[in-house]
Design a protein around this ligand. Structure first.
Ligand code: AHR
Length: 494
């Protein structure tokens, strides 16, 4: 129904690479993100390999998770790596002061993290402790992980791992403007320079250094870090959460919301485009060649915690609304792939906009998981620009283009197009002119459901899941698709 959407897919003018690291996941010591979600240790009642749940690891392998960021978040700037190595029973039990004041057994430490990476097939992105750690402690952690020789390498071998691990990415602290130390940007820039100085990678390897970046629209932070420390960095982070409802703590429920909240949430997610545009423009002043990448290493929806759950555990259900937030955001990253070369949705398991939820032995995949599955071909593919002219969807004070999209050409030459209809009421007919592409058929998958807040539960784990989509045709170089209301469609063009 309504006005049709017209678009042009520019296969004739390919853009930058859509970096696989944009699909990085985040695992913080927070709630049941690690303990219970990924790690069950010696609990024989839940099938596991070396302590990590087989069901969760298998789901993450399927997703082709390229990188896992760990151990925080706010947890990172109070984390002391030496407390998480050596015999499990001898590790100190601490209090997780950021997240619920619960005990932190230190059962998952450096060796366990690298075991998780091995099982999932992902690379390391560690956030080091600047807040209440020392430059020496961070440097020694990197040496312990990466060095082929020396006392720290010997200690690593005694703890069970002779070979060094690869550490391609290191965060120099997390949210230094807040939980990482409440620093002014000038001070954070100096600390970033000082800590970074002592990060030494063994011959022939590199550890990319990512500075703690701005909170949402804090452009002064980005300007100051780039001006004072940009020359020392490989990446600069940005954190932006979609928090409907206004005010803190988040109060909008994850399910059982109305259309006002649907529209507010998607409008909030769209703000990412403006944030990246403006942070990137600030970075251009100091780094016009875009050598320093923007790492949007925390993003996603943040609602009220699920009823009955611990407020400090940030556990929330995940609905079709989150699926549309995910596709909207992944499309925005396509438009900024020249600068955004890493992002991490928060957080992988049981926390905020999660891929999977667990409860005891049970696990469900979320609608967001399914969107990430559908976008797997985007990993390291070439962005093909797509211009979309679409009617606006409006609800109360929130307005937005109804249709979002992005397209890529993968290494094998296949073209993939994603189109999302954010209008929860109207179907949308899209015609896409294929410039420089001789495809003749289109097929793929659709993710949709009857209700805006449709979601998967342990009782009904497949309420929202992708279905085959065959309602797309190509005639005379034009792709025709009718998008159902509130849907994400991903097509392979042949
Ligand atoms: O993801 C939850 C928290 O949000 C992280 O610990 C912190 O970095 C951010 O404020």
């Amino acid at each position: 129904g309504g006005t049709p959407t017209t678009a042009t897919l520019h296969a004739d003018t390919p853009g930058p690479t859509y970096d696989a690291r944009i699909f990085t996941q985040f695992a913080e010591h927070l709630g049941n993100g690690i303990y219970g979600g990924l790690w069950v240790g010696n609990d024989k009642s839940i099938p596991n390999t070396n302590g990590f749940r087989n069901d969760v690891v298998a789901a993450l392998r399927e997703l082709k998770v390229p990188v896992i960021r760990w151990p925080g978040g706010c947890f990172a700037d109070e984390y002391h790596w030496r407390e998480g190595i050596g015999p499990q029973g001898k590790r100190p039990v601490k209090i997780n002061t950021n997240w619920g004041g619960v005990t932190e057994p230190n059962a998952v430490g450096t060796h366990e993290y690298f075991e998780l990476l091995r099982q999932v097939g992902a690379q390391a992105y560690i956030s080091g402790n600047v807040g209440n750690g020392t430059a020496r402690e961070m440097a020694e952690w990197v040496e312990y992980i990466t060095s082929p020789a020396g006392s720290l390498a010997d200690e690593r071998a005694r703890n069970g791992h002779k070979e060094p691990w690869a550490l391609p990415l290191l965060g120099i602290g997390n949210e230094l403007w807040g939980c990482g130390g409440n620093m002014r940007p000038e001070y954070a820039a100096d600390e970033t320079r000082r800590f970074g100085t002592f990060i030494k990678a063994p011959e022939g390897t590199r550890v990319l250094k990512i500075a703690s970046g701005a909170n949402a629209g804090d452009y002064t932070w980005t300007d100051t870090i780039m001006r004072l420390a940009g020359d020392q960095l490989d990446g600069l982070s940005l954190h932006y959460y979609t928090v409907p409802g206004g005010g803190w703590p988040p109060r909008v429920p994850a399910v059982g919301f109305d259309e006002h909240s649907w529209a507010e949430t998607l409008a909030g997610a769209r703000r990412m485009d403006e944030l990246i545009t403006r942070h990137s423009a600030v970075m251009d002043k100091y780094d016009p060649a875009k050598r320093v990448f923007l790492a949007v290493d925390e993003w996603g929806t943040w609602y009220a915690q699920d009823p009955g759950s611990h407020p400090g555990f940030l556990r929330q259900q995940n609905s079709l609304r989150d699926a549309l937030v995910a596709s909207t955001t992944l499309d925005i990253f396509a438009r900024h792939a020249d600068r955004v070369r890493l992002s991490a949705i928060a957080q992988m398991v049981n926390v905020l906009q999660a891929m999977v939820l667990t409860e005891g032995r049970k696990m469900v995949l979320t609608p967001t998981y399914h969107v990430f599955m559908m976008y797997r071909p985007w990993q390291d593919a070439t962005v093909l620009p797509i211009d979309i002219v679409t009617p606006w969807y409006a609800k109360d004070e929130f307005t937005m283009p109804a249709v979002s999209g992005s397209a890529v050409r993968d290494k094998a030459g296949a073209v993939h197009v994603a189109l999302s209809n954010r209008d929860p009421n109207q179907a949308n007919t899209v015609t896409v002119k294929l410039a420089g592409l001789a495809a003749t058929s289109a097929s793929g998958q659709v993710l949709t459901a009857a209700a805006m807040d449709a979601h998967n539960t342990f009782a009904a784990p497949d309420a929202v899941r992708p279905a085959p989509f065959n309602a797309a045709t190509i005639q005379n170089g034009v792709l025709n698709v009718t998008l159902p209301p509130k849907s994400v469609v991903v097509l392979d063009l042949r």
